[in-house]
Design a protein around this ligand. Structure first.
Ligand code: 6PG
Length: 252
């Protein structure tokens, strides 16, 4: 089950999800910058958020954001260099970051090519750049998360040791099903964020979303369930295809 305290926004389609996501992002930035000097956001990889990132690069949105106060981080990264097709950094850079007027020092890439060392370096990057801490964990203004059809989020996959990490903000994990190493933020960092935005789109997510919403499952089985322990605001953007198997009883 997912906490009824979360905010669920249902969208007609992926396009409406990206528009609502871009508007949410702008509201989040405005709210945070009114209270503090900067806005620290961790981006998700994958395909779902691409259209949202693209909209933010367009004038209607771009001009409403004080990019010089925004610092970009990533929730996870593949063990590849920045120019690699698989890189989450490259995806966001091509679609959004190279289109906006933002200082290079505001872009905090996970150096995935360094593998285990990348996790240590990134933990230090968070420590040095995110001033607000909660129980020793850096507090992001916003973390954007996707949902894999197996219930993973960031690079926290079912059965992964990283799910049980309590002390490190970032760790490296070998993902057997992908036969590849990932660098990922850990549950404590996600739980500490002021705002978490979960974007879920497509028929292939309907089954896992219904499972997560309808019944209690251990985080080890569906890692996205960790958001039930988030201390900040959690908002779900779900399109019609992904919500196809949900029933009203999920929300009673
Ligand atoms: C990644 C993401 C990952 C993603 C999900 C959903 O590095 O791939 O961080 O957690 O959000 O796999 O991916 P889609 O949006 O492509 O379905």
């Amino acid at each position: 089950m997912i906490s009824p305290d979360h905010n669920f926004i249902f969208c007609e389609n992926a396009k409406e999800l990206s528009i609502k996501g871009a508007n949410y992002f702008i509201d989040c930035v405005s709210e945070s910058i009114n209270k503090s000097a900067c806005f620290n956001v961790a981006l998700s990889g994958g395909s779902t958020p691409k259209a949202l990132y693209y909209l933010l690069s367009k004038n209607d949105y771009n001009k409403n954001i004080e990019w010089k106060k925004v610092h970009f981080f990533w929730g996870d990264e593949r063990a590849v260099p920045a120019h690699d097709e698989e890189s989450n950094f490259r995806m966001a850079f091509e679609i959004l970051l190279k289109q906006i007027d933002i200082p290079q020092s505001n872009i905090h890439r996970i150096k995935g090519e360094l593998i285990e060392e990348a996790a240590q370096l990134y933990s230090r990057e968070l420590e040095e750049n995110i001033k607000i801490k909660k129980e020793g964990m850096p507090v992001f203004d916003l973390i954007i998360l996707g949902l894999g059809s197996d219930g993973h989020t960031a690079s926290l996959f079912p059965g992964s040791e990283a799910i049980n990490e309590k002390h490190l903000p970032v760790t490296s994990v070998y993902v057997e099903k992908l036969d590849s190493t990932r660098i990922t933020m850990t549950p404590p960092v996600i739980k500490a964020a002021k705002n978490v935005l979960i974007v879920v789109s497509g028929k292939e997510k309907a089954t896992v979303l219904n499972e997560i919403m309808a019944e209690d499952h251990p985080v080890n089985k569906y890692p996205l369930n960790l958001v039930n322990e988030c201390t900040g605001k959690v908002t779900w953007l779900i399109d019609k295809d992904a919500s196809g198997k949900l029933s009203m009883k999920n929300f009673e």
